[in-house]
Design a protein around this ligand. Structure first.
Ligand code: ATP
Length: 371
């Protein structure tokens, strides 16, 4: 897409006028034999929104996506696109009647066809002039116009992925589904394609559901993230909130690196005591005596004099210091366990030091403990 000039892109934007649909998934259940892969999940997507299903392998995200596409049937619940129920245990609209396109991990570009033939394939039945106009506008959008006559075999991985994207948007679907579309690309290209894909989605405005197990991809691209675990929704929120305020231990540890300290709540809902430390959280949690986990991110832990200004101050022994270029990863032993701090790489800290450790109450969250 980098080859596309601003002018070309503007002219392409003026032709593509997709209006995204809304999608509602209600109490969706999907079974494989006796195994329930999706256990009654509900979420809705606003027109034009980019929503990501994120979670570890086997959590049910691909199954959910395939059910929206019409490639799996629900055993319960419903999926509604705008005002039409497209899937329920009783009714299944065939995939080709849903107005939904899917972009796969394997680009599925036909090698023996040119780029323009690949992209125009889904427009069969339309007037030739119309097909040519639509194909060229979409190729300009994804920056592949100079490659229109190339064959699938003559394209790089990134270019093939752009063909797959062009093919998915040229039919102007109501909804776009992405199944780990960038995971076959090398790390550098993957990062570049993330931004390109999102920019494209914003330009054409098609409502999108994206599946990935890569938290960075989910965080950087999505309007909202549905974090899934074992066929159920663990947390659904905007990326910043999921990162800043995970509501469960799983959410705290799956996304980013979190320190978890076991503690019991005191009569003050803002204070928990455990593992030899007293921890204050600004938001609080009710239930005196309840076991909780105090969660805080390693980048919110400070060392030395700065710590004295923080509501949570502890004394710790430095166990290990690892130099990671931009920062130091410091392992700190507290009476009840080890926590990690991410501090500036020029900080004067060494293994064996006894240091003051500080965490602001606003950066601490209590989540339920399974203990
Ligand atoms: P991954 O990232 O590995 O693709 P996922 O989160 O997308 O994982 P799904 O592929 O949706 O997970 O699988 C959810 C559960 O359903 C898993 O336990 C899986 O083993 C099971 N499953 C998926 N497809 C089938 C199938 N065709 N037959 C039986 N079980 C299946």
């Amino acid at each position: 897409m980098s080859q596309t000039t601003q002018q070309e892109r503007r002219s392409a934007e003026s032709v593509i006028t997709a209006t995204g649909a809304s999608l509602e998934v209600r109490d969706l259940r999907i079974k494989y034999g006796e195994v329930e892969a999706v256990k009654g999940i509900s979420f809705s997507i606003r027109p034009g929104e980019f929503l990501t299903l994120l979670g570890p392998s086997g959590c049910g995200k691909t199954t959910t996506l395939r059910c929206i596409a019409g490639l799996e049937a629900p055993s319960g619940g419903s999926i509604t696109l705008d005002d039409t129920v497209i899937a329920s245990a009783q009714k299944q609209l065939p995939p080709e009647k849903r107005g939904i396109n899917m972009v796969f991990q394997s680009y599925a570009v036909w090698p023996h066809m040119t780029v323009e033939k690949n992209v125009g394939y889904g427009l069969k039945g339309l007037d030739r002039k119309e097909v040519a106009a639509r194909v060229s506008e979409v190729l300009a959008l994804v920056g592949l116009d100079p490659y229109a006559k190339r064959y699938g075999t003559e394209l790089s991985g990134g270019q093939q992925q752009r063909v797959a994207l062009a093919r998915a948007i040229v039919t102007r679907p109501k909804l776009l589904l992405f199944d780990e579309p960038l995971s076959n690309l090398d790390a550098g290209l993957r990062e570049q394609m993330r931004f390109e894909l999102l920019e494209l989605q914003r330009t054409v405005g098609i409502t999108s559901v994206y599946v990935t197990h890569d938290q960075t991809e989910a965080m950087s691209m999505s309007d909202r993230v549905v974090l899934m675990r074992d066929g159920a929704i663990e947390q659904l929120d905007v990326p910043r909130e999921i990162y800043r305020r995970p509501t469960t231990e799983f959410a705290a540890t799956f996304i980013g690196r979190a320190n978890l300290v076991h503690a019991a709540l005191t009569e003050d809902p803002h204070v928990a005591v455990g593992d030899g430390v007293r921890i204050r959280s600004e938001e609080g949690y009710s239930g005196s005596g309840t076991d909780v986990l105090a969660v805080f991110r390693s980048e919110n832990v400070v060392l030395g004099r700065e710590a004295l200004e923080y509501e949570n101050r502890w004394s710790a022994t430095v166990e290990r210091v690892s130099f990671l270029g931009r920062h130091l990863d410091v392992a700190l032993r507290l009476p009840g366990g080890v926590i990690r701090a991410e501090v500036r790489s020029d900080a004067a800290v060494a293994a064996g030091d006894v240091v003051d450790v500080g965490v602001r109450a606003v950066d601490v969250h209590f989540v339920p403990s399974a203990r």
